[in-house]
Write a protein that binds this ligand. Structure first.
Ligand SMILES: [Zn+2]
Length: 231
């Protein structure tokens, strides 16, 4: 029988019962489990962990391991691309408002979510066991219930604000928007809007028409307020 000790730091303590937080925790084992296996036995999903860097290494007898959260200082190559589970519809919409490529289907099953994560998308979920799947390498468990707090927390954790390009993506289907001439969509613009608005965009995926209306102004004000709070 082998013995090792673990101590969890920072946000990783969110996964532990209060009395275990910040304390050295004993772990007994037979055979040679991986560090990943041991860490997940405590309820901490491997994508949340930054140190030790190699979680696939076998756990040695007598090891004392400090486990620290993963830090995200730069966006991945190609920019942030997300996949969200079915509980996070509002957060998905917010991320699309901010221009992030966000895969979301209300009825998506665990398999398809894990596949999307395996293809390089960053998984956001409320389901800890989904995050523990081997195929998932990048992801976080969303801590808060309120969608606005979820966004504030996520933006601060991943440093999202500098990468945001608000109102460049379709809220319905996630495809990019592109500018379109007013004349070419004339029939689709409400007569009152035609009087004052000259900028229009359409979705490359579903064709939805967008223009900066009062809704847009409210979103801009909201984004500014959140950015201010998130810095
Ligand atoms: Zn669309």
């Amino acid at each position: 029988m082998g013995r090792a000790r673990f101590r969890f730091h920072g946000e990783l303590n969110d996964f532990l019962p209060r009395r275990q937080r910040g304390a050295w925790l004993e772990y007994g084992f037979r055979d040679r489990p991986s560090i990943k296996h041991a860490i997940e036995t405590f309820g901490v999903p491997h994508p949340e962990v930054g140190e030790p860097p190699d979680l696939s290494a076998p756990l040695g007898d007598g090891a004392e391991i400090e486990v620290r959260p993963r830090r995200y200082e730069d966006p991945p190559d190609g920019g942030w691309r997300f996949v969200l589970d079915g509980h996070l519809g509002r957060l998905a919409k917010y991320l699309r408002i901010l221009g992030f490529d966000t895969l979301y289907e209300a009825g998506a099953d665990d398999r398809s979510l894990a596949d999307a994560a395996a293809s390089g998308r960053f998984l956001l979920t409320r389901d800890r066991s989904l995050l523990m799947r081997r195929a998932v390498s990048h992801g976080l468990l969303v801590r808060h219930d309120d969608p606005r707090r979820q966004l504030e927390w996520l933006a601060s954790r991943l440093g999202l604000w500098p990468c945001a390009e608000p109102l460049t993506r379709c809220l319905r289907c996630n495809a990019p928007l592109e500018p379109v001439a007013k004349e070419s969509v004339w029939d689709r613009i409400p007569p009152k809007t035609r009087l004052w608005c000259s900028e229009y965009r359409t979705c490359r995926g579903c064709g939805q028409l967008y223009w900066p209306g009062s809704h847009y102004e409210r979103m801009q004000a909201w984004i500014r307020a959140l950015r201010g709070a998130g810095r």
